[in-house]
Ligand binder design. Structure first.
Ligand code: COA
Ligand code: AMP
Length: 636
């Protein structure tokens, strides 16, 4: 057996022994004696009698161990022309003080705090400060509109909101305070206070319940770490599901810390003192796990980048960062490299920089499409590694576990299941498929440490969304297959979730927004292939019979509505008014068929279709409006 196979087999055949050993790698206040138990619904609970605090494990512990003067955060912000470095000692001090400030505002163990901040070091300070008090943070990505923020505020019911006065994008400053004020007006829940980090690019007007970050932290007292149970929630992170209501994914503390620490060695091949750079955003799971918690738990330095892959100032930005901070492992989304490839197809920018510190490049967030894989593989002298995971799992489900044993890569594959993830492919009847046969990708229970422990405030949804389809298995929502060598290929979602520039969005949610327009009788939103962003949404709408207005105006209003309610990151930029939509006789819109036409695939006309002519109608309109590759679509 290869080293990978031995490691993986041990994790599956005796998970308790495997994860008991890994738990010894992190500092506990009370080490766990109980490794794996199950709650009343049969979901795995890891280390239930262990006590720790992740802020202690990632910060105080390293200071105590002599890493106090090592950089913890390299902040690099080309959009504001600023850079700074925070050592472990300085970061620990800021976190302890900000925790003291939150305490003064009444935040206690178990309280929620919503964080709405761009890529600034203070976002990490706020997250760790919550963790230090045992409070539960919920970070909301800055590209979400007030309506989305208000949904999360109402669901999480935070005691305090922590925000910055603005975010800075490539060519614009985005004031955050008006977004927060509008979100609070829309929310039923009212937090006690808001803390605002004033940024020079745009100062916010502070109201009666608003506090200035700087003033608070100057007066605050150092707060010690509050011991929490390993099973206590560290954060709630909302992600798109198939309905309009996002799911609040609940992450525990101890299992997450153990899993992240393990992954830093086993997958990313990192050691304390080395530099890790993940070009994502703290608003996404990649940011939570691999900008904030994992690198610092491991005693590595993390690069916090407030910029884009291109235009800040050019497509050499990532190479510059790798050179400047001597980055060993770099992680981003394939869409970022598609953007770079478009601007710099020959990779000429790379010649300006010395990236010899880089040992591997990791990509996730969407499938690493083979053309982008080959482009990178030809350009770089280091392994290019696709790895697959989701908000729910918190760390990779499939990867090339380089820290255990590097394996040859295959274009289009996320390589093999990671230790602890018993990945299976099931057909519709729940039977295992053979090699090369596509099906639903599931994970046999128990899920390893680090994975979701519930959906915030909705235990039933955890069961119905993930556990009900195939009893005994967690449903990932992705389709895929194993090849003859046991390599896993993830081919895309089997539900209404789409992936736009590495951002996970729900077409169901967009349909709710479009359908709420008074002139719309019926609608479908589908994700179609896009060269740069992987997928983009388009809407197909049938106006009400009473609709008298002009169609162009309606289309514009619907685009504006999605932008205002969900946010600009939805990239909802095209709507087609149609007179009918293809449906089954039972009235279900044939969305998959619509996607096939837009993506220029061959499509079969199902026998269950109610009105075959509707298909031709939609195809004609897509051709007329130059949608995707509709000109190449052919009925079979
Ligand atoms: N706050 C506010 N608005 C934001 C935002 C943020 N944090 N991030 C993006 N937006 C806005 C953008 O300004 C843009 O608005 P516009 O329609 O007014 O221009 C819109 O959301 C879409 O942004 P984006 O998806 O970033 O598209 P882009 O065309 O500006 O850039 C890429 C394309 C590929 C460079 C960019 O999508 C990118 O860097 N992607 C990588 C994403 C990533 O790292 N994901 C990791 C998840 S694991
Ligand atoms: P998120 O929860 O935002 O991380 O999105 C998770 C989803 O993104 C997964 O369910 C997949 O559909 C997709 N995804 C992420 N990484 C990959 C990958 N490496 N290959 C294929 N799909 C991926």
């Amino acid at each position: 057996m290869s080293r990978y196979q031995q490691e993986f087999s041990r994790s599956i055949s005796d998970p308790e022994a495997f994860w008991a050993q890994q738990a010894k790698r992190i500092p506990w206040f009370t080490p766990p004696t109980s490794i794996l138990t199950y709650d009343e619904q049969g979901h795995a609970r890891w280390y239930s009698d262990g006590e720790m605090n992740i802020s202690h494990a990632a910060l105080d512990h390293h200071v105590e161990q002599g890493r106090g003067d090592q950089p913890a955060i390299y902040w690099d912000s080309p959009v504001t022309q600023q850079k700074s470095t925070l050592t472990f000692r300085q970061l620990c001090d800021q976190v302890a003080r900000f925790a003291g400030a939150l305490k003064q505002l009444g935040v206690e163990k178990g309280d929620r705090v919503v964080i709405y901040m761009p890529m600034v070091p203070e976002a990490l300070v706020a997250m760790f400060a919550c963790a230090r008090l045992g409070a539960v943070h919920s970070v909301v990505f800055g590209g979400f509109a007030p309506h989305e923020l208000s949904i999360r505020i109402d669901d999480a019911q935070p005691k305090v909101i922590v925000a910055a006065s603005c975010g800075v994008e490539v060519d614009k400053v985005l004031p955050y305070k008006p977004i927060i004020d509008e979100a609070l007006q829309l929310s039923a829940h009212a937090p006690d206070a808001t803390v605002i980090l004033q940024r020079e690019a745009c100062l916010a007007d502070l109201g009666a319940k608003d506090h200035d970050w700087q003033q608070l932290i100057e007066q605050a007292e150092w707060a010690e770490c509050v011991p929490v149970k390993a099973t206590d929630p560290l954060y709630v992170l909302y992600t798109s599901g198939t309905t309009g209501k996002p799911k609040g994914i609940v992450r525990d503390t101890g299992g997450y810390a153990v899993a992240l620490h393990y992954s830093m060695e086993a997958i990313y091949d990192m050691a304390p003192g080395e530099v890790f750079f993940s070009a994502s955003d703290v608003g996404w799971v990649v940011g939570h796990s691999y900008i904030v918690y994992a690198p610092l738990l491991m005693g590595c330095s993390t690069v916090v980048y407030e910029g884009k892959p291109i235009k800040t100032p050019d497509s050499g930005a990532f190479w510059r960062l790798i050179q400047e901070y001597r980055v060993k492992s770099f992680f981003t989304a394939p869409t970022a490299f598609r953007a770079i490839k478009k601007e710099d197809p020959e990779g000429a920018q790379l010649e300006r920089y010395d990236i010899s510190s880089l040992k591997a490049l990791y990509l996730a967030g969407e499938r690493l499409d083979p053309p982008t894989f080959h482009w990178l593989d030809d350009l770089l002298d280091v392994p290019v590694i696709d790895h697959w995971w989701q908000t729910e799992t918190g760390w990779p489900i499939a990867a090339n576990m380089r820290g255990i044993e590097p394996m040859p890569t295959k274009a289009g594959s996320a390589t093999v299941p990671v230790s602890g993830f018993n990945v299976q492919i099931l057909d519709r009847d729940g039977e295992s498929t053979g090699p090369m046969e596509q099906g639903s990708v599931v994970i046999k229970q128990p899920l390893p440490p680090g994975c979701l422990t519930g959906v915030w405030g909705d235990p039933q949804r955890f069961h119905s969304a993930y556990m009900a389809a195939f009893p005994g298995y967690y449903l990932t929502g992705d389709g895929g297959y194993f090849d003859d060598d046991g390599y896993l290929f993830i081919m895309g979602r089997t539900d209404d979730v789409i992936n736009v520039a590495g951002h996970r969005l729900s077409t169901g949610e967009m349909e709710e927004v479009v359908g709420s327009h008074p002139a719309v009788a019926e609608c479908a939103v589908i994700g179609i292939h896009d060269e740069l962003k992987g997928q983009v949404p388009i809407g197909l709408v049938i106006p009400k019979d009473s609709f008298q207005g002009d169609e162009v105006t309606l289309e514009e209003e619907l685009i504006a509505r999605v932008r205002a309610q969900i946010g600009p990151i939805a990239c909802f930029k095209q709507v087609l008014v149609v007179s009918r939509l293809p449906k089954t006789r039972s009235g279900k819109i044939l969305r998959k068929l619509l996607r096939s036409i837009a993506d220029g695939k061959e499509f079969g006309v199902p026998s269950t279709i109610d009105d075959p002519a509707s298909l031709q109608d939609v195809h004609d309109i897509m051709l007329e409006r130059n949608v995707g590759a509709a000109d190449q679509a052919r009925p079979t």
